[in-house]
Design a protein around this ligand. Structure first.
Ligand SMILES: *Cc1c(COP(=O)(O)O)cnc(C)c1O
Ligand code: SF4
Length: 404
């Protein structure tokens, strides 16, 4: 068992409902209503203090970090925090810590250089054929390591980005864009009507083939996955979705039911995790997470190294731990369960895959490599192998003679 696995939540692989005991008067209908969940979010120090014994670092963190990144925690997500454990992996993701006010020399406000690849505010066009469209600046809850904390501010209403018309005009004019990733903030905080309108406008642009939504709502607020939302997603199908989970306990009964509704509606699901110290930088934890994801019909997609965002150094895990996790999965479990480890290159180079080294030696004749068990194998280079065959060499010589 992992050191991160504690209390009533053992073992890691069970689907359990979130604990509702902090809202004793709430009816099942209220709990299941996303408006109720949003209205009852924990956003203030007094709210927190009433419900949990904060550490000194957390109390100072809540007081001092609010100006940079708002605090908000849905009752649903609150219900998976192990209140008696100051190192709870869920708690570390959403309760501010004084360490957030520290900034290291290599940290940045815009760690992936998104602003420098932004032709219109709210749009990042870094890759040849696809764009990132930041549709809103709000989230259901705020992750303390958020790479877009410079944008995600809880500042404006649940409305479109103010530049939306200019963004749509840019997309219309750029026929090379075939893939639009809606993110933010969280696009699923938009109303069904607004989402329907936006997806409709994008679908009307003929060269846009692939639409996807990046959202943490299925985890923070699975109650948002209503029949109305499902109808919108089906209307504009195919719409793919990348969810964001980091720890197996985040996959509760409510989350699984929400993911089932999405999968039943034909929404292909992937997951992105961020490797976080004390949260999921442990092969046992990640293995439980990817297995639970497959049970929910979600394909693990990326495992990100934490971006060099200001104030997140206490949550950053080592690259070695990331590589060790991938090595502990590949070969040992279903290939579908293995995400791609990536670093979003600091300053703006895009996502770069980082893999365990399986190649031991390579020259023009052959490659020597090891398998997941450490056994060594050899594979001959194709052209050389062909040329080594006397019959093929004779034929090649004839062709060469012919051309003279
Ligand atoms: C992550 C990202 C994408 C999508 O990348 P994929 O590897 O296709 O998932 C597109 N644009 C930007 C700016 C991104 O950060
Ligand atoms: S859900 Fe995503 S955008 Fe929102 S705070 Fe978390 S990491 Fe940032």
């Amino acid at each position: 068992m992992s050191t991160f696995d504690s209390g009533r939540f053992e073992p890691l692989k069970l689907f359990l409902p979130a604990d509702r005991s902090d809202w004793p008067d709430c009816s099942p209908e209220e709990w299941g209503n996303w408006g109720w969940q949003l209205r009852n979010r924990i956003t203030a120090l007094e709210d927190l203090e009433r419900r949990i014994d904060l550490t000194l670092e957390e109390r100072a963190g809540v007081r001092l970090s609010g100006g940079k990144l708002a605090m908000a925690i849905t009752p649903q997500f609150w219900g998976i925090i192990e209140k008696s454990d100051p190192d709870c992996p869920i708690r570390r993701q959403v309760i501010p810590n004084i360490a957030e006010t520290r900034s290291e020399p290599n940290e940045m406000i815009d760690p992936c250089g998104e602003d420098s690849h932004s032709p219109v505010a709210g749009l990042v066009h870094r890759y040849p054929d696809r764009v990132l469209f930041l549709v809103t600046d709000r989230c259901a809850a705020y992750c303390r390591y958020c790479t877009r904390s410079r944008l995600v501010s809880n500042a404006s209403g649940y409305d479109f980005h103010p530049e939306t018309e200019n963004i749509l005009a840019y997309l219309q004019a750029h026929a090379e864009v075939r893939d639009v990733l809606l993110s933010g903030g969280d696009p699923l905080l938009l109303s069904d009507a607004k989402l329907d309108y936006l997806l409709g406008r994008l679908r009307a642009i003929p060269h846009i083939e692939f639409l996807r939504i990046g959202s943490r709502i299925p985890i923070f607020l699975p109650q948002r996955i209503t029949p109305g939302l499902i109808a919108v997603l089906k209307k504009h199908a195919p719409v793919w979705m990348s969810i964001h989970t980091n720890h197996p306990r985040e996959l509760t009964t409510e989350v699984k039911e929400g993911l089932d509704r999405l999968a039943d509606a034909g929404v292909p699901l992937g997951n992105q995790s961020v490797l976080l110290r004390g949260v999921n930088d442990d092969p046992t934890v990640m293995k439980a997470l990817v297995h639970k994801l497959l049970m929910c019909r979600v394909r693990p997609y990326y495992l990100y190294m934490c971006d060099l965002i200001q104030g997140a150094s206490h949550l950053r895990a080592s690259l070695q731990s990331g590589i060790r996790i991938i090595e502990s999965l590949r070969g040992f479990t279903s290939g579908y369960a293995v995400p791609q480890l990536v670093i979003d290159a600091p300053g703006g180079g895009g996502k770069v895959p980082i893999n365990p080294d399986y190649v031991i030696f390579q020259d023009e004749d052959k490659v020597l490599f090891r398998n997941y068990e450490g056994k060594v194998f050899e594979y001959p280079e194709a052209e050389r192998a062909a040329m080594a065959d006397p019959e093929i060499r004779r034929l090649m010589e004839l062709v060469t003679l012919d051309r003279r």
